[in-house]
Design a binder for this molecule. Sequence first.
Ligand code: PFF
Ligand code: NA
Length: 441
Amino acid sequence: MSSKNLVERETWTGKLGFILACIGSAIGLGNIWMFPWRLGQFGGAAFLIPYLLFVFLLGTTGLMGEFAFGRSQQRGPIGAFEKVFKEKNIPFGAIIGSIPVAAIGGIFTFYSVVVGWVLKYFSLAVLGAFHHMDIDSAFESFAGHPESIFWNILAILITLSIVIFGIKQGIEKVNKIMMPSLFIIFILLMVRSLSLPGSIEGVNYLLLPDWSYLLKPITWIMALGQAFFTVSLGGGAMLVLGSYLRKDEDIPSSAIQTAFFDTSAAFLAAFIIIPAAFAFHLDVSAGPPLLFITMPHIFTKLSGGTFFGIAFFLCIIFAAISTEVALMEVIVEAFMDRLGFSRKKGVIAAACIGIVFGIPLDLNMSLFGKFADFITIYLLPLSALLAAIAFFWIYGIERAQAEVNQGALRPLGKWWGFFAKYIFVFVAAIVLVLGIIYGGI
Ligand code: PFF
Ligand code: NA
């Protein structure tokens, strides 16, 4: 037995710590800069039908699979794939298990770039700078330029300073503060946004269903890609969080709660951003312009704008940093489990990877876009599919289902195994294929 196996694997202090870490991993930029825009763009309330269907049927199934895969093997992706492949004498388990780690490393890299932008805009909000600057040109003269390297490194160092303390003292502790705060501030911001004259137009935009969108395949494609991404499927983050889970924790209910709170955060973000944008007659787009141009404009026009601007960017920091820590943990776990690194060495190595790969993205926005697309369209869906095949097919659906049900207050019936093995795996493959065809979900 090698020395690394002598160190006992850390576990969560209890269900709350685990759930909050899962919610922290799930709630992120996907909720804030993609969901509000997609909801409006693809038929308003009509979009909710495929979206909720996919999140609560497929998303929860995928989450249960990843939690249980991690818990059953007590390893991150590389070790988990290796173990189940070896059992069936299938070669290359560790190599295939490295694909999810690479995907997560990629997300970690570009997420850190964006968190850097958010930190910069948070500092601008604190300084009250939106009032005195040219908001429209400021983002372009910042992102893609050397100054952003500083903020990117700061984002990584903040993440490092949490992950270095491990599961209980690091990840669990910050999520216990960040997640409740996030929801409280989000609710405050929503009340403020909905109190603006003219905001009702935005509510209509979000909620009046245009049913014709249900006949368009793109609506379903967008909902499907969003559902997988938003709950953090990808054979990495959720699998690793699950690998620290004790056998008596309830996996099905954890998955459902993660999906529920992630969806709630997405709704709150939509009802903060869109009504405010309508109240001030601003365009709603997705991605960087929404957070770094549209929202700052709103904060200059709103009474109490400085305060609400600070609160808004603080929320994004909470949402994104809590995702970052889960992403970094995947890389750190791999270094500890595979190379026998101490946690301290592991976080330093992970930080170096994020910085070395991040700097080119800091300096070149088109490279940033291509990199983020490559990871989210190809590598992450591929990883989600591989994890599902490894667990539901290779480990075997009967044992997989027994693992999911262990500790569950209400164990799932046989139908779930059938659904996971055939429908979920099939749809996970579809996400990948459609992403390739349509060039992005
Ligand atoms: N769920 C995150 C979001 O909505 O922003 C993104 C994400 C994180 C995807 C971690 C995948 C992952 F493993
Ligand atoms: Na999300």
